[in-house]
Design a binder for this molecule. Structure first.
Ligand SMILES: Nc1ncnc2c1ncn2[C@@H]1O[C@H](COP(=O)(O)OP(=O)(O)OP(=O)(O)O)[C@@H](O)[C@H]1O
Ligand SMILES: [Mg+2]
Length: 249
């Protein structure tokens, strides 16, 4: 009996190793697309996509992307490693169009206009990538043309799409937002752990969503003090307060 269990466990280990070996190239490909490739603007995305496809063909690294669209239009289905398969059996990983497998979105007559959020390829993939980055404690900057659903996507992901370890606070910058107001607002959401150390309640992660980050007016030297405060926070994991004491966050 013990022997049977042992051999079953070894088989599982071997299967898992095989699955992981088959996923290494697609994982690296995904990372390259959503790090190096994510810095491209719309026109250069075509160039990057062709370059990526050519290199994969040359190296014979599968799975290959479907011919249509750009490499950005597909996400990795990892064949059962984390993504479910219909029969729960491992499968060869494939590139899946972002919109495939989504549930149909219904809009009812009594749905408020402001609550309507039509899934598009941009909202679906931005939401997915936002979630992954937050899980790994990376700050996220969303840029894009006006009216492209950035605010709606982020608010929806933060309010409904994260697990309950996350606490989310929302604020919006305007031309009149000052560094003092920004600091007061952030401080008011943090608990004091001990002298000079602040943070969210224990075991929780706190996400601040700052809408319209670019809005604060330039001061006399051309800087935007509220943004400088946030930059300092990102770079040094803390802030120099107006009382000239350093706070770790
Ligand atoms: N996919 C969508 N589904 C539903 N509504 C949308 C969608 N895309 C945009 N809208 C609507 O367009 C309007 C603008 O969206 P939103 O405020 O999220 O844009 P934004 O990218 O944040 O723009 P800005 O850069 O000006 O802040 C909102 O009223 C939103 O409801
Ligand atoms: Mg917005």
């Amino acid at each position: 009996m013990v022997k049977a269990c042992h051999s079953t466990n070894s088989q599982v280990v071997i299967n898992t190793r095989l699955v992981i070996a088959g996923l290494l190239v697609p994982w690296v490909t995904t990372s390259v697309i959503w790090s190096v490739g994510a810095t491209c603007h719309l026109d250069s995305r075509y160039v990057f996509s062709d370059w990526m496809r050519d290199h994969m063909k040359l190296a014979g690294d599968g799975p290959m992307f479907p011919e249509q669209g750009l490499v950005y239009d597909y996400r990795l289905h990892d064949g059962g490693f984390t993504d479910p398969t219909p029969d729960n059996e491992p499968r060869i990983p494939v590139w899946m169009y972002w919109m495939d497998g989504l549930e149909e979105y219904d809009i009812f007559p009594d749905t408020k206009y402001s609550d309507i959020e039509v899934p598009t390829i941009d909202t679906v993939r931005s939401s997915f990538i936002l979630g992954k980055l937050l899980e790994l404690d990376h700050p996220v900057l969303c840029v894009g043309n006006t009216g492209t659903c950035k605010t709606v996507t982020v608010v929806s992901k933060l309010s409904r799409g994260l697990n309950k370890n996350f606490l989310c606070e929302f604020m919006a910058f305007s031309a009149r937002t000052s560094a003092n107001q920004t600091q007061d607002l952030i401080d008011s959401k943090l608990d004091r752990r001990r002298k000079g150390v602040f943070g969210p309640p224990l075991l929780k992660k706190l996400v601040f969503f700052i809408d319209d980050l670019n809005m604060p007016a330039l001061e006399i030297y051309g800087a935007q003090p509220p943004i400088e405060l946030i930059r300092q926070w990102m770079d040094f994991k803390g802030e120099l307060t107006i009382q000239v004491a350093y706070s770790n966050v």
